[in-house]
Design a binder for this molecule. Structure first.
Ligand SMILES: Cc1cc2nc3c(=O)[nH]c(=O)nc-3n(C[C@H](O)[C@H](O)[C@H](O)COP(=O)(O)O)c2cc1C
Length: 167
């Protein structure tokens, strides 16, 4: 646990990322507020392949599955404020965010979302937070459009189709 101003509230920054966009924001919040940082991870890794990941994410979203977490936050009770970060997947929060909220009691805490998306907005994600952390004080957070893996892959595929090299 990092040093923080005397009398300051204890802050946790918990985030999930696949391609690193959300991590950039998490680290900046951590630096600026002297907060503890926790990377949310699934016990079983998701597919590396983008198309496979989209299919898994959609299946887990539609079935309401909560994938097991690799680890939980030690001493979550001691935090007064939780910044919670994630990308938008299939117009909502990734399933692992529901797992996280089910496994950590955030009642009485201030919950501040920070969300990255590929251009289609926040979808159902704020409702997921309200439903799965009903005792938390959910305040307006931060959101930002970021690079999309799909777009990068399409552009690279297009470019490679035009590259005239042996092999
Ligand atoms: C499985 C999957 C589903 C996605 N679905 C959406 C979506 O519904 N709307 C959207 O705007 N972006 C969508 N994206 C794009 C991500 O939200 C965006 O690239 C985000 O910044 C990724 O954050 P990260 O680098 O922290 O993983 C999706 C990405 C993935 C991998």
């Amino acid at each position: 646990s990092k040093a923080r101003p005397a009398g300051g509230a204890k802050i946790l920054v918990a985030y999930y990322t696949r391609t690193g966009n959300t991590r950039v924001i998490a680290r900046q919040i951590g630096r600026a507020r002297g907060a503890d940082i926790f990377e949310i991870q699934t016990a079983n890794p998701y597919p590396e392949d983008y198309a496979e990941q989209v299919a898994v994410a959609q299946q887990q979203r539609d079935s309401g599955f909560e994938p097991p977490l690799a680890a939980t936050v030690p001493g979550v009770k001691s935090y007064e404020t939780v910044f919670l970060g994630f990308p938008i997947w299939g117009m909502t929060a990734p399933s692992v965010i529901r797992s996280f909220l089910s496994r950590h009691d955030l009642s009485g805490k201030t919950l501040v979302p920070f969300i990255t998306h590929g251009g289609y907005g926040l979808g159902e994600s704020l409702k997921v937070l309200a439903d799965h952390a009903p005792g938390a004080r959910l305040i307006e957070g931060f959101s930002k459009q970021c690079d999309q893996e799909r777009e990068t892959l399409e552009q690279v595929t297009g470019w490679l189709g035009r590259v005239d090299v042996p092999g």
